[in-house]
Write a protein that binds this ligand. Sequence first.
Ligand SMILES: [Zn+2]
Length: 395
Amino acid sequence: MAGQEQDKAYDPKGIEERWYAFWTERGFFHADPSRPGDAYSIVIPPPNVTGSLHMGHALNITLQDVLIRYHRMLGRNTLWLPGTDHAGIATQNVVERELAKEGISRQDLGREKFIARVWQWKEESGGVILKQLKRLGASCDWERERFTMDEGLSRAVREAFVRLYRKGLIYRGRYIINWCPRCRTALSDLEVSYEETRGALYHIRYPELSGRRSVVVATTRPETMLGDTAVAVNPGDKRYSGRVGATLRLPLANRPIPLISDEMVDRGFGTGAVKITPAHDPNDFEVARRHELPSVRVIDESGKMTDEAGAFAGMDRFACREAVVERLKAENLLVKEEPYLHNVGHCYRCHTVVEPSESIQWFVRTKPLAEPAIRAVKAGETRIVPAQWEKTYFE
Ligand SMILES: [Zn+2]
């Protein structure tokens, strides 16, 4: 470089773009199975088309690129397969927020037009992501770029689903799940964010059907009482000795429900008696299974009260909460109402309060599927780096 003065500052623009074009034009990143050398491949964890790449992506893309380029230079036949993820409901929510800025909802638009808008978003967002990957210098095989909703991948998903179903590893069943009444979808435990919320604890009197005695239960969600099918106490709770088996009158609904005993009940909470709402509480769902109690669903998939809620049918669940409290006061069955700080689950996508609901869902039996995977790690066929994470994997 004698005689030629070097620029004081490094200008990535002139250099990186030129070299990236040079690499791709000559097909240096393209993998050819007929080439010699041991195979070394990474499938990119496909970025969601919900937005553009952030700093975290820049880090993990760089790490993958370092590995790929290192093994390529060692003479291995390397493939780094790029792609993007449709991310289903997450992308739908982003598009719905865009529509909201224009003052329209997906229902206004109708199914066909809404789907067209989602595809339009995918083209824009996905396009930005691919440009970003290229600007980062990622040495991906662009001739093999995929989208998780490509026909081939969708067929693979259907194939896997049907195979698992035929082997009895996928099944449908009634179960209590986290439900978002706005997204109208089930949420996994990881998709629920718990936030400390200022609410109220309502103490409600359930009279015995015959006699003058009653039981007081405490709840933060009085609207769910319309779906109660029992009241439970701990079998060791002296306060209720001799009373288990009595029949109570469920206020407002005026249905007879039994007083039962179950080890699950915490004697220290409130009066030691808890209402059992199998359709809207995971613990109560389990109690109902043990005692073969019926299940009454009072909140529907949009968060409105069902016909089972009687006079409250059709009301929004939160409006119903207030109405139920008013009625209990009028009937002199509200013993007390106290401020209560508790954790409430919210939908991580749209922040709506999650409603635990009994519903028919698909499940995967993970245990038999995990066994061979665990065996492979124990036998050293699969290696986890760093090794200390093996323990987490086995759990
Ligand atoms: Zn939601």
